[in-house]
Design a protein around this ligand. Structure first.
Ligand code: ASP
Length: 433
């Protein structure tokens, strides 16, 4: 019998997790059971994905850069990557601003609801504001300074330091290009083999994906706040979701225009990574799978995926920037403020920068939102307003973050002549050994 495609298996896992949690929520010991006996498997699944992220970046990027043979190609690809990432982010913020100004969800919040929300989530909001405070106090060149690690083992030991690992891998790859070929050969062969092993590990981890997402979603449902709060924030959530859907259409369109690849081809190749992004809320955890899908199923060569995708996972967060724009204006509206054009243009700039600075982990976009709010003179306490629905929106925006990285990698690959035919035609057979 033909095995069910991976994205269907993951979807079934997700739905089963939700249904199971809804049933268990009606039983006395149901919630404790899920938290004690199901949730740990979700955590293990995410840990496994994160576990291979750093070795994967190191191995594939060193291999990718050294395969380029020529440093000028690297700077050409780097320039195109950063520019395309910036353009997609500005598009995302603009879409977000347009929608929130048209629908104006903030004006439908009554003063009572506003006070109630601010009261219930004040503590959570304060802790995010404190986290953001640390980032705000940094000097203008702090980001550049942070790019260069003083110790590679220290950098590699923290998944939050992905950019430092990327820096080291590129630097090492450049060194490898510059030494005589004979001397470089064994080092390259080592990283080739290392890379193969990591890719096999991703295959193995993906076999557990349907069970992993079951556990993640079941835990999420039993731990989520009451439905009433969701309703009060429904319009705000709808604005974010509409914007995110428009962004997905935007990606499909640009991929089609620049690479002539159909939306169906793109979505078929990407759907397991998108479902994983939804379930884990983390582009960093999804990165290994994104890289594998883009390379094997969308036909982007490794020299490009190994460079464009890890950088994208850390700096290109279109979903996050769109959400930050909507959230900032929504909070302003809920507090009865009117934002003029100049302030809104300021939001485009700060949300773009804030999304670059957001870590690729759950909830990171909200911390950086504090900075967007502060710049626009919107009360930071307003963060408490949107807390209740942040997790589901985080799940959705992470899907867009990951999809954006994949689309840009296809476009950059096409522009440097590195977009070929996918290695895996039947897009699931590499998981069915
Ligand atoms: N969870 C998002 C990501 O990892 C970041 C965020 O918007 O909070 O891509």
């Amino acid at each position: 019998m033909k095995k069910l495609a991976l994205h269907w298996q993951i979807l079934i896992g997700m739905v089963a997790g939700v249904v199971f949690a809804l049933i268990m929520a009606n039983i006395d010991w149901g919630k404790t059971f899920i938290v004690n006996w199901i949730k740990p498997f979700g955590t293990i699944f995410i840990n496994l994905l994160k576990l291979i992220a750093v070795p994967l970046i190191l191995a594939s990027l060193i291999k990718g850069v050294s395969d380029l043979k020529d440093i000028s190609k690297l700077s050409q690809m780097g320039g195109r990557t950063i520019i395309t990432y910036l353009i997609t982010t500005v598009v995302a913020v603009s879409i977000g601003l347009a929608i929130v100004n048209i629908i104006q969800p903030g004006y439908s919040i009554t003063e009572d609801t506003r006070n109630e929300l601010v009261e219930s989530y004040k503590g959570d909001a304060d802790s995010r504001i404190a986290q953001a405070e640390e980032q705000k106090n940094a000097g203008p060149l702090k980001a550049l300074e942070d790019l260069v690690p003083s110790n590679i083992f220290k950098a590699a030991s923290d998944n939050g330091n992905m950019l430092q690992v990327i820096f080291f891998a590129i630097f090492f790859g450049i060194g490898l290009i510059l030494i005589p070929e004979n001397t470089a050969k064994p080092v390259k062969q080592f990283f080739d083999g290392f890379n193969e092993v990591i890719l096999k590990l991703i295959d193995l981890i993906m076999l557990a994906a349907p069970y992993g997402v079951f556990a993640l979603l079941a835990a999420l449902i039993v731990e989520s706040p009451s439905a009433d709060l969701f309703l009060a924030l429904a319009w705000y959530a709808i604005c974010v979701v509409i914007g995110l859907i428009l962004m997905i259409f935007f990606y499909l369109l640009i991929v089609w225009i620049f690479t002539k690849k159909s939306p169906k081809f793109f979505m078929n190749g990407m759907s397991p990574a998108q479902l994983l992004a939804f379930s884990t809320s983390s582009s960093a955890a999804t990165l290994p799978v994104t890289m594998e899908r883009v390379e094997e199923h969308l036909g982007v060569e490794e020299e490009v995926t190994s460079f464009v995708l890890p950088i994208g996972a850390t700096i290109n967060m279109d979903g996050t920037s769109l959400y930050q724009a909507v959230a900032a204006v929504f909070i302003a509206q809920a507090f009865g403020m009117h934002l003029d054009l100049a302030t809104q243009l300021g939001i485009v700039a700060t949300a773009t920068l804030a999304s670059i600075g957001s870590a690729a982990v759950p909830g990171a976009g909200m911390v950086m939102l504090v900075i967007v709010l502060a710049q626009a003179g919107i009360p930071e306490a307003g963060l408490a307003l949107i807390f209740a629905v942040d997790r589901p929106l985080d799940m959705c925006r992470t899907v867009v973050n990951v999809t954006g990285d994949a689309s840009v990698s296809m476009i950059v690959a096409k522009s440097v002549g590195k977009l070929g035919e996918p290695k895996v035609k039947n897009w699931d057979d590499n998981y069915q050994h």
